[in-house]
Design a protein around this ligand. Structure first.
Ligand code: PLP
Length: 396
């Protein structure tokens, strides 16, 4: 076995070629190593491997060649020194936070994050003696005021879910680092193609690879990326000892999916941008948010921080929940789902699904109105998607 491509190629070439561990059979497409464990040439080799004196695999909860290929490939694309794959995106988020903190520590999190992430920050971490302050991440003064001497880390998502507002990663990093805290960014909504949080100063990036990285609705997965030191100190042993590891099969699916990620995300982004341009002029649409449009609330930050827009469009249908339901139910091609980042176009009514647990006033603070829907553009012909949306708007 030999690791293949070094960093001499451009980033999108690395998404196809990086990390290959080619077996003695010389396969073109990466092998799927469905094995729990490994055998040793001798007792001495087994001993050396456990002592860390001999490179190689021991047990697939710790590491597996197919999972390593996925980790290496995404690390090379993201510009991270190291990556560890996890069973789901939530495992990645939970581990990235829990791996860093001890009882008595404090964390800060932006409130416009995926519901389960908010649950981890607000409910789970405090159960283990880690207090948290939840703030409006758009307001830098709230970040400045939130850090304490015992603040270990902070967590944010940008663009936000579901409203696609954009937070200033570089400025938040300056504030957090001055306070001695690390920064963890959930980069799911922008994808690694359009935003590189590590280059903006972040210490750790997490993905639900369930979304655009698989991108075809097949497997769950997550990944944590950072410096070798960050991963060694906070993540590696935690995964090894507690076991939220990615399965080799899922890693193989994700590894192969990385090869087509830029082609898919570019096409989905172009479609979303065309949808946004059409719906922004539609009389039944009272508000529309799309990163990349000049009327986006943080257009200046988008221009500084992102290389592309989004595969998602958030918009509000005039007439509240009933109008939004009539619209969704009239769609024929776009399907109702809570998921996103799929080859199939999906629509979500956040107030009654992903964000239904929040109180009405919390939803109002986040700008999640009863008429709001979130569209995740797929790979269908863009004109068919637009025709479906426009026809459904007539039914409202
Ligand atoms: C922004 C974001 N982060 C994290 C997650 C959690 O990922 P998973 O479902 O793979 O656990 C999701 C979606 O579920 C998400 O949308």
């Amino acid at each position: 076995m030999s690791a293949s491509v070094k960093h001499k190629y451009r980033s999108e070439t690395r998404l196809v070629q990086s990390g290959v561990l080619r077996s003695q059979f010389g396969e073109t497409s990466e092998a799927l190593f469905l094995t729990q464990g490994y055998v040793y040439e001798s007792s001495a080799q087994a001993e050396a491997r456990f002592k860390g004196e001999d490179d190689g695999y021991q047990y697939s909860r710790f590491a597996n060649p197919t999972v390593t290929m996925f980790e290496q490939r995404i690390a090379d694309f993201e510009g991270a020194e190291a990556a560890r794959a996890t069973a789901t995106g939530m495992a990645a988020v939970t581990l990235a936070m829990m791996g860093q903190v001890r009882a008595g520590d404090h964390i800060v999190a932006s409130k416009a994050i995926f519901g389960s992430c908010l649950y981890v920050m607000e409910d789970y971490l405090p159960r283990y003696g880690v207090s948290s302050t939840i703030i409006d991440g758009r307001n830098l003064d709230e970040w400045r005021a939130a850090f304490r001497p015992n603040t270990k880390t902070c967590f944010l998502e940008t663009p936000t879910n579901p409203n696609l507002e954009v937070l200033d990663i570089a400025e938040i990093c300056k504030i957090a680092h001055a306070a001695g805290a690390t920064v963890v960014v959930d980069n799911v909504f922008s994808t690694p193609l359009w935003q590189s949080p590590l280059a903006l100063g972040v210490d750790c990036v997490v993905y639900s690879t369930t979304k655009h990285i698989d991108g075809q609705g097949r497997c769950l997965g997550g990944v944590i990326l950072g410096s070798q030191k960050f991963i060694n100190d906070n993540v590696h042993t935690f995964i090894r000892q507690t076991g939220p590891s990615m399965s080799p099969f899922n890693a193989w699916v994700m590894l192969k999916a990385l090869e087509t990620l830029p082609v898919r995300v570019r096409r989905q982004t172009d479609t979303a941008s065309a949808v946004a341009a059409t719906l922004a002029r539609h009389p039944r649409v009272s508000r529309l948010i799309y990163p990349g449009r000049p009327d986006h609330p943080q257009a200046d930050i988008v221009a500084r921080q992102m290389r592309g827009g989004s595969t998602l469009v958030a918009f509000e249908i005039d007439g509240g929940k009933q109008a939004a339901f009539r619209f969704q139910d009239a769609l024929r091609l776009v399907r109702i789902s809570n998921n996103l980042g799929d080859a199939k176009s999906l629509i979500t009514h956040p107030a009654t699904t992903t964000h239904y647990r929040l109180k009405a006033e919390q939803r109002a603070e986040l700008g999640i109105s009863d008429g709001m829907v979130r569209l995740s553009c797929g790979l269908e012909d863009p004109d068919d998607i637009i025709d479906d949306l426009v026809a459904a708007l007539k039914a409202v």
